[in-house]
Design a protein. Structure first.
Ligand SMILES: *[C@@H]1O[C@H](CO)[C@@H](O)[C@H](O)[C@H]1NC(C)=O
Ligand SMILES: *[C@@H]1O[C@H](CO)[C@@H](O)[C@H](O)[C@H]1NC(C)=O
Ligand SMILES: *[C@@H]1O[C@H](CO)[C@@H](O)[C@H](O)[C@H]1NC(C)=O
Length: 300
Protein backbone atom coordinates (compact mmCIF):
# COMPACT_ATOMS: atom_id res chain seq x y z
CA UNK A 1 0.00 0.00 0.00
CA UNK A 2 1.54 3.27 -1.07
CA UNK A 3 0.76 5.77 1.58
CA UNK A 4 2.31 8.33 3.80
CA UNK A 5 2.98 7.03 7.28
CA UNK A 6 4.68 9.00 9.96
CA UNK A 7 6.95 6.79 12.03
CA UNK A 8 6.30 8.47 15.35
CA UNK A 9 2.90 7.53 16.60
CA UNK A 10 1.36 10.36 18.55
CA UNK A 11 -0.31 9.30 21.71
CA UNK A 12 -3.90 10.31 21.75
CA UNK A 13 -4.71 11.92 25.02
CA UNK A 14 -8.23 11.24 26.00
CA UNK A 15 -7.80 11.91 29.66
CA UNK A 16 -10.72 9.85 30.88
CA UNK A 17 -9.60 6.80 28.95
CA UNK A 18 -5.96 7.22 29.90
CA UNK A 19 -6.92 7.44 33.54
CA UNK A 20 -8.26 3.93 33.39
CA UNK A 21 -5.55 1.40 34.05
CA UNK A 22 -7.46 -1.57 32.69
CA UNK A 23 -5.47 -3.85 30.43
CA UNK A 24 -6.45 -4.92 26.96
CA UNK A 25 -7.28 -8.37 28.37
CA UNK A 26 -9.96 -6.73 30.47
CA UNK A 27 -11.16 -4.79 27.46
CA UNK A 28 -11.15 -7.92 25.33
CA UNK A 29 -13.29 -9.83 27.77
CA UNK A 30 -15.86 -7.06 27.48
CA UNK A 31 -15.64 -7.37 23.71
CA UNK A 32 -15.25 -3.61 23.48
CA UNK A 33 -12.03 -1.66 23.01
CA UNK A 34 -11.60 1.98 23.85
CA UNK A 35 -9.60 4.16 21.53
CA UNK A 36 -7.04 5.60 23.92
CA UNK A 37 -6.19 2.26 25.50
CA UNK A 38 -5.68 0.44 22.27
CA UNK A 39 -4.73 2.81 19.48
CA UNK A 40 -2.36 5.58 18.51
CA UNK A 41 -2.98 8.15 15.81
CA UNK A 42 -0.40 7.66 13.06
CA UNK A 43 -0.66 11.08 11.50
CA UNK A 44 -2.87 14.22 11.43
CA UNK A 45 -4.39 14.10 14.85
CA UNK A 46 -6.56 17.06 13.88
CA UNK A 47 -8.31 14.90 11.25
CA UNK A 48 -9.45 12.44 13.90
CA UNK A 49 -12.55 12.80 16.09
CA UNK A 50 -14.65 10.59 18.33
CA UNK A 51 -18.32 10.72 19.21
CA UNK A 52 -19.17 12.18 22.62
CA UNK A 53 -19.36 8.69 24.18
CA UNK A 54 -16.09 7.63 22.52
CA UNK A 55 -17.72 4.71 20.71
CA UNK A 56 -17.49 5.98 17.12
CA UNK A 57 -14.28 7.23 15.56
CA UNK A 58 -14.15 9.51 12.54
CA UNK A 59 -11.27 9.88 10.10
CA UNK A 60 -11.35 12.70 7.60
CA UNK A 61 -9.57 13.53 4.37
CA UNK A 62 -9.30 16.99 2.85
CA UNK A 63 -7.09 18.61 0.25
CA UNK A 64 -4.26 18.81 2.78
CA UNK A 65 -4.12 15.36 4.35
CA UNK A 66 -5.84 12.15 5.35
CA UNK A 67 -5.53 10.41 8.69
CA UNK A 68 -4.78 7.03 10.19
CA UNK A 69 -4.62 5.10 13.44
CA UNK A 70 -3.02 1.85 14.53
CA UNK A 71 -3.18 -0.57 17.43
CA UNK A 72 -0.53 -0.30 20.10
CA UNK A 73 -0.29 -4.08 20.20
CA UNK A 74 0.75 -6.59 17.58
CA UNK A 75 -1.02 -9.90 17.11
CA UNK A 76 -0.15 -13.15 15.45
CA UNK A 77 -3.25 -15.16 14.54
CA UNK A 78 -6.79 -14.55 15.72
CA UNK A 79 -10.04 -12.88 14.76
CA UNK A 80 -9.98 -9.15 14.05
CA UNK A 81 -13.03 -7.14 13.29
CA UNK A 82 -14.37 -3.65 13.06
CA UNK A 83 -17.48 -1.85 11.90
CA UNK A 84 -17.08 0.78 9.22
CA UNK A 85 -19.36 3.25 7.55
CA UNK A 86 -17.74 4.68 4.45
CA UNK A 87 -17.66 8.16 2.96
CA UNK A 88 -20.95 8.75 1.15
CA UNK A 89 -21.91 10.83 -1.88
CA UNK A 90 -19.16 11.62 -4.33
CA UNK A 91 -16.13 9.78 -2.95
CA UNK A 92 -14.29 8.96 -6.18
CA UNK A 93 -10.53 8.83 -5.59
CA UNK A 94 -10.90 8.35 -1.84
CA UNK A 95 -9.61 5.11 -0.34
CA UNK A 96 -10.55 3.98 3.15
CA UNK A 97 -8.37 1.14 4.37
CA UNK A 98 -8.51 -1.28 7.20
CA UNK A 99 -5.53 -3.59 7.31
CA UNK A 100 -3.00 -5.52 9.30
CA UNK A 101 0.72 -5.03 8.77
CA UNK A 102 3.89 -6.21 10.48
CA UNK A 103 5.43 -2.73 10.28
CA UNK A 104 4.21 0.79 10.70
CA UNK A 105 5.76 1.86 7.41
CA UNK A 106 5.85 0.40 3.94
CA UNK A 107 9.02 -1.59 4.71
CA UNK A 108 10.46 -3.92 2.06
CA UNK A 109 10.03 -7.05 4.23
CA UNK A 110 6.55 -6.43 5.53
CA UNK A 111 3.66 -8.86 5.77
CA UNK A 112 0.26 -7.32 5.26
CA UNK A 113 -3.44 -8.20 4.98
CA UNK A 114 -5.58 -5.49 3.42
CA UNK A 115 -9.17 -4.43 3.10
CA UNK A 116 -9.34 -1.33 0.90
CA UNK A 117 -12.59 0.42 0.07
CA UNK A 118 -12.45 2.30 -3.20
CA UNK A 119 -14.80 5.26 -3.36
CA UNK A 120 -16.81 6.18 -6.42
CA UNK A 121 -18.93 8.90 -7.96
CA UNK A 122 -22.38 9.47 -6.48
CA UNK A 123 -24.63 6.41 -7.01
CA UNK A 124 -21.78 4.37 -8.49
CA UNK A 125 -20.88 1.35 -6.37
CA UNK A 126 -17.96 1.07 -3.99
CA UNK A 127 -15.53 -1.77 -4.66
CA UNK A 128 -13.61 -3.61 -1.96
CA UNK A 129 -10.10 -4.70 -2.70
CA UNK A 130 -8.27 -7.29 -0.59
CA UNK A 131 -4.60 -8.14 -0.79
CA UNK A 132 -2.03 -10.33 0.95
CA UNK A 133 1.68 -9.53 1.27
CA UNK A 134 4.49 -11.72 2.48
CA UNK A 135 8.01 -10.38 2.91
CA UNK A 136 7.14 -7.22 1.00
CA UNK A 137 5.60 -8.99 -1.98
CA UNK A 138 1.90 -8.33 -2.63
CA UNK A 139 0.21 -8.23 -6.01
CA UNK A 140 -2.46 -10.67 -4.79
CA UNK A 141 -5.44 -8.38 -5.27
CA UNK A 142 -9.04 -9.44 -5.46
CA UNK A 143 -11.89 -7.00 -5.96
CA UNK A 144 -15.53 -7.53 -5.01
CA UNK A 145 -18.76 -5.61 -5.29
CA UNK A 146 -20.83 -5.49 -2.11
CA UNK A 147 -24.49 -6.50 -1.74
CA UNK A 148 -25.38 -3.34 0.18
CA UNK A 149 -24.45 0.32 0.18
CA UNK A 150 -21.53 0.56 2.63
CA UNK A 151 -22.06 4.32 3.03
CA UNK A 152 -25.54 4.01 4.55
CA UNK A 153 -24.84 1.95 7.65
CA UNK A 154 -22.10 0.34 9.65
CA UNK A 155 -21.09 -3.13 8.45
CA UNK A 156 -18.60 -5.52 9.99
CA UNK A 157 -15.35 -6.35 8.21
CA UNK A 158 -13.27 -9.12 9.75
CA UNK A 159 -10.16 -11.17 9.23
CA UNK A 160 -9.69 -14.70 10.55
CA UNK A 161 -6.02 -15.64 10.58
CA UNK A 162 -4.48 -18.93 11.67
CA UNK A 163 -1.73 -21.08 10.23
CA UNK A 164 -4.15 -22.87 7.90
CA UNK A 165 -6.08 -20.05 6.30
CA UNK A 166 -6.77 -16.34 6.14
CA UNK A 167 -10.43 -15.51 5.57
CA UNK A 168 -11.81 -12.05 4.82
CA UNK A 169 -15.39 -11.63 6.01
CA UNK A 170 -18.01 -8.98 5.33
CA UNK A 171 -20.81 -9.20 7.90
CA UNK A 172 -19.71 -12.77 8.61
CA UNK A 173 -19.94 -13.76 4.93
CA UNK A 174 -16.59 -15.18 3.78
CA UNK A 175 -15.67 -13.21 0.67
CA UNK A 176 -12.09 -14.41 0.27
CA UNK A 177 -10.25 -17.50 1.45
CA UNK A 178 -6.46 -17.61 1.27
CA UNK A 179 -5.07 -21.05 2.12
CA UNK A 180 -1.70 -22.20 3.39
CA UNK A 181 -0.12 -25.32 1.88
CA UNK A 182 1.45 -26.14 5.26
CA UNK A 183 4.95 -26.13 3.76
CA UNK A 184 7.59 -23.43 3.87
CA UNK A 185 6.42 -21.00 1.19
CA UNK A 186 6.67 -17.42 0.06
CA UNK A 187 2.98 -16.53 -0.03
CA UNK A 188 1.33 -17.27 3.33
CA UNK A 189 2.17 -14.73 6.06
CA UNK A 190 2.46 -16.65 9.32
CA UNK A 191 5.68 -15.57 10.99
CA UNK A 192 5.41 -11.87 11.72
CA UNK A 193 3.02 -10.38 14.26
CA UNK A 194 0.96 -7.53 12.83
CA UNK A 195 -0.52 -4.27 14.02
CA UNK A 196 -4.00 -3.28 12.84
CA UNK A 197 -4.41 -0.01 10.99
CA UNK A 198 -7.18 2.15 9.61
CA UNK A 199 -6.71 5.10 7.36
CA UNK A 200 -8.23 7.34 4.75
CA UNK A 201 -6.26 8.91 1.94
CA UNK A 202 -6.36 10.24 -1.58
CA UNK A 203 -5.59 7.67 -4.27
CA UNK A 204 -7.07 9.34 -7.32
CA UNK A 205 -4.02 8.28 -9.32
CA UNK A 206 -5.30 4.66 -9.36
CA UNK A 207 -8.38 3.88 -7.28
CA UNK A 208 -11.51 4.76 -9.20
CA UNK A 209 -11.84 3.41 -12.73
CA UNK A 210 -8.09 2.98 -12.74
CA UNK A 211 -7.41 6.63 -11.89
CA UNK A 212 -9.73 8.19 -14.48
CA UNK A 213 -12.05 9.60 -11.82
CA UNK A 214 -10.39 12.34 -9.78
CA UNK A 215 -11.19 13.41 -6.24
CA UNK A 216 -13.56 16.38 -6.19
CA UNK A 217 -12.09 18.48 -3.39
CA UNK A 218 -15.17 20.71 -3.35
CA UNK A 219 -16.86 17.74 -1.61
CA UNK A 220 -14.23 17.57 1.16
CA UNK A 221 -13.92 16.74 3.98
CA UNK A 222 -14.48 13.05 3.29
CA UNK A 223 -15.26 11.21 6.51
CA UNK A 224 -15.25 7.48 7.28
CA UNK A 225 -16.57 6.20 10.62
CA UNK A 226 -15.35 3.28 12.70
CA UNK A 227 -16.73 1.42 15.69
CA UNK A 228 -16.72 -1.86 17.60
CA UNK A 229 -13.11 -2.80 17.13
CA UNK A 230 -12.46 -6.32 18.35
CA UNK A 231 -9.27 -8.34 18.44
CA UNK A 232 -9.69 -11.88 19.74
CA UNK A 233 -6.19 -13.06 19.02
CA UNK A 234 -2.74 -13.86 20.21
CA UNK A 235 -1.22 -10.63 21.45
CA UNK A 236 2.48 -10.52 20.76
CA UNK A 237 4.96 -10.49 23.65
CA UNK A 238 8.68 -10.74 23.06
CA UNK A 239 10.34 -13.07 22.61
CA UNK A 240 7.47 -15.39 21.74
CA UNK A 241 4.05 -15.70 23.38
CA UNK A 242 2.81 -19.23 24.08
CA UNK A 243 -0.44 -18.62 22.19
CA UNK A 244 1.24 -18.53 18.75
CA UNK A 245 2.14 -22.22 18.86
CA UNK A 246 -0.71 -24.24 17.50
CA UNK A 247 -2.14 -25.14 20.85
CA UNK A 248 -5.77 -25.15 19.67
CA UNK A 249 -6.67 -23.46 22.96
CA UNK A 250 -8.54 -20.73 21.11
CA UNK A 251 -11.55 -21.02 18.84
CA UNK A 252 -9.76 -19.21 16.00
CA UNK A 253 -7.04 -21.84 16.07
CA UNK A 254 -9.24 -24.91 16.34
CA UNK A 255 -10.15 -27.38 13.62
CA UNK A 256 -13.44 -25.63 12.76
CA UNK A 257 -11.50 -22.45 12.02
CA UNK A 258 -9.12 -24.22 9.63
CA UNK A 259 -11.84 -24.66 7.00
CA UNK A 260 -15.07 -22.98 6.04
CA UNK A 261 -18.15 -24.56 7.59
CA UNK A 262 -20.89 -25.87 5.27
CA UNK A 263 -22.97 -22.72 5.68
CA UNK A 264 -19.93 -20.50 5.13
CA UNK A 265 -19.25 -22.46 1.93
CA UNK A 266 -22.75 -21.72 0.66
CA UNK A 267 -22.27 -18.00 1.24
CA UNK A 268 -18.81 -18.09 -0.27
CA UNK A 269 -20.08 -19.87 -3.39
CA UNK A 270 -22.69 -17.16 -3.82
CA UNK A 271 -20.03 -14.45 -3.49
CA UNK A 272 -17.81 -16.24 -6.02
CA UNK A 273 -20.66 -16.46 -8.53
CA UNK A 274 -21.97 -12.93 -8.15
CA UNK A 275 -19.56 -10.43 -6.68
CA UNK A 276 -15.99 -11.04 -7.83
CA UNK A 277 -14.88 -8.35 -10.26
CA UNK A 278 -11.15 -9.08 -10.26
CA UNK A 279 -9.01 -12.04 -9.21
CA UNK A 280 -5.24 -11.93 -9.71
CA UNK A 281 -5.26 -15.73 -9.99
CA UNK A 282 -7.18 -15.40 -13.26
CA UNK A 283 -5.14 -12.49 -14.64
CA UNK A 284 -2.97 -14.36 -17.12
CA UNK A 285 -1.69 -11.17 -18.75
CA UNK A 286 -0.18 -10.15 -15.47
CA UNK A 287 0.78 -13.64 -14.30
CA UNK A 288 1.46 -15.88 -17.34
CA UNK A 289 2.52 -18.53 -14.83
CA UNK A 290 -0.24 -19.00 -12.25
CA UNK A 291 1.01 -18.25 -8.71
CA UNK A 292 1.43 -21.40 -6.57
CA UNK A 293 -1.18 -20.41 -3.98
CA UNK A 294 -3.87 -20.13 -6.67
CA UNK A 295 -4.01 -23.92 -6.94
CA UNK A 296 -5.01 -24.33 -3.27
CA UNK A 297 -8.72 -24.96 -2.94
CA UNK A 298 -10.79 -22.69 -0.68
CA UNK A 299 -13.20 -25.63 -0.26
CA UNK A 300 -10.67 -27.85 1.53
C1 LIG B 1 -18.38 -2.89 28.20
O1 LIG B 1 -17.96 -1.68 27.65
C2 LIG B 1 -19.01 -0.83 27.26
C3 LIG B 1 -18.44 0.35 26.51
O2 LIG B 1 -17.33 0.92 27.19
C4 LIG B 1 -19.81 -0.42 28.50
O3 LIG B 1 -20.88 0.43 28.13
C5 LIG B 1 -20.35 -1.69 29.16
O4 LIG B 1 -21.02 -1.34 30.35
C6 LIG B 1 -19.23 -2.66 29.45
N1 LIG B 1 -19.81 -3.93 29.89
C7 LIG B 1 -19.33 -4.61 30.93
C8 LIG B 1 -20.03 -5.91 31.21
O5 LIG B 1 -18.38 -4.24 31.60
C1 LIG C 1 -7.71 23.46 0.56
O1 LIG C 1 -9.05 23.89 0.61
C2 LIG C 1 -9.23 25.06 1.38
C3 LIG C 1 -10.73 25.31 1.53
O2 LIG C 1 -11.40 25.11 0.30
C4 LIG C 1 -8.47 26.21 0.72
O3 LIG C 1 -8.63 27.40 1.46
C5 LIG C 1 -6.99 25.85 0.64
O4 LIG C 1 -6.27 26.82 -0.06
C6 LIG C 1 -6.80 24.49 -0.06
N1 LIG C 1 -5.40 24.08 0.09
C7 LIG C 1 -4.71 23.52 -0.89
C8 LIG C 1 -3.32 23.07 -0.54
O5 LIG C 1 -5.15 23.34 -2.02
C1 LIG D 1 -17.14 2.81 -9.98
O1 LIG D 1 -18.27 2.78 -10.84
C2 LIG D 1 -17.99 2.32 -12.16
C3 LIG D 1 -19.25 2.46 -12.99
O2 LIG D 1 -20.33 1.75 -12.39
C4 LIG D 1 -17.49 0.88 -12.09
O3 LIG D 1 -17.11 0.44 -13.40
C5 LIG D 1 -16.26 0.79 -11.16
O4 LIG D 1 -15.87 -0.56 -11.00
C6 LIG D 1 -16.62 1.39 -9.81
N1 LIG D 1 -15.54 1.29 -8.84
C7 LIG D 1 -14.29 1.72 -8.99
C8 LIG D 1 -13.40 1.59 -7.83
O5 LIG D 1 -13.86 2.22 -10.02
Amino acid sequence: MEMKVFPLAILLSIASLMASSSTSEAAASNGSFSFGENFDIMWSENHFKTSADGQVWYLSLDNETGCGFQTKQRYRFGWFSMKLKLVGGDSAGVVTAYYMCSENGAGPERDELDFEFLGNRTDQPYTIQTNVYKNGVGGREMRHMLWFDPTEDFHTYSILWNNHQIVFFVDRVAVRVFKNNEKPNDFFPNEKPMFMFSSIWNADDWATRGGLEKTDWKKAPFVSSYSDFNADGCQWKDPYPACVSTTTDHWWDQYEAWHLSDSQKEDFAWVERNLVVYDYCKDTDRYPKTPVECSLSPWD
